[in-house]
Design a protein around this ligand. Structure first.
Ligand code: ADP
Ligand code: MG
Length: 253
């Protein structure tokens, strides 16, 4: 398909240890795909490798963004191509204000000699901050420094709202959130949802998927997608756990 994020036979190692094993997945623009899996199944490894984290060794396979191979690209180039990653554990960037951070990211997307218009930028920033219930003082605070877990996660979605990616990978955006913060994050993502955005939503729990209802659900186990289904698969995993999927897979092998 022309407009999609395609992951083909992707193998990722950390050091010499294979973590992601020949993984295949396609997220068309306009759809939300959830990856669910127990801790340690390789979900964050997949997310970070797609985004271009240097510690993750891609030993084979490809990742195509609208048919363009991105694996040789630096992380910033992938971002300018329309990819966004919200981290499971967002980094703090002391000394760089939240507003300047986002402004620099947007500025880097403009052509030579083009200047981001400040008034329009702040208007849009405040509009998105209101949507995510982020107080104005966060504009001037250093990126994520001293933010609570929930504030960091909302800040990730703020960055996403401002950057308007074509594909977003959200890694456990729900972890560490109380129910109110979870609803705010979900509202933010649901507002951004639409024909121009493909979302890969990584989560350990079904809870988030009550609020961001996925089009497809994939189960990841030991570095592979072992089962795919509709949104009802998430409910089934919540009720029955993961063991039955493992048993099913073993029976097939
Ligand atoms: P998940 O996000 O599904 O919980 P991860 O991708 O974080 O899984 O981890 C998969 C496996 O890779 C785990 O065994 C974990 O210990 C290992 N791993 C992840 N990141 C690193 C790292 N930076 N260094 C060494 N091992 C890692
Ligand atoms: Mg993880």
């Amino acid at each position: 398909m022309n407009s999609s994020l395609v992951i083909k036979d992707l193998c990722i190692s950390i050091g010499d240890r294979p973590i992601v094993k020949s993984l295949n997945l396609e997220v068309p623009k306009g759809e939300v795909h959830a990856i669910m899996g127990l801790n340690g199944s390789g979900k964050s490894t997949l997310a970070k490798a797609i985004a271009g984290h240097p510690d993750y060794n891609i030993t084979s396979g490809s990742v195509l963004l609208d048919r363009v191979e991105i694996l040789g690209m630096e992380a910033d180039e992938r971002s300018r191509k329309g990819l966004f990653l919200a981290f499971q554990y967002p980094n703090e960037v002391p000394g760089v204000s939240n507003a300047n951070f986002i402004r620099a990211a947007l500025q880097s997307r403009l052509g030579e000699g083009e200047e981001l218009e400040a008034v329009a930028f702040y208007e849009r920033l405040y509009e998105k901050m209101d949507l995510l219930e982020i107080r104005r003082e966060f504009t001037a605070r250093s990126v994520n420094e001293g933010f609570s877990g929930g504030e960091k996660k909302r800040n990730e979605i703020l960055q996403m709202a401002m950057l308007e990616p074509s594909y977003a990978v959200l890694d456990e955006t729900d972890s560490g959130l109380d129910i109110d913060a979870l609803k705010i994050v979900a509202t933010g993502v649901n507002t951004l949802r639409g024909p121009n955005l493909g979302v890969l939503l990584i989560t350990h729990y079904q809870r988030l998927l009550n609020y961001i209802v996925p089009d497809h659900v994939h189960v990841m186990m030991d570095g592979r997608i072992v089962k795919s289904g509709g949104k009802e698969l998430a409910l089934e995993l919540d009720e029955r756990g993961y063991d039955w999927v493992k048993a099913e897979e073993a029976a097939l092998a």
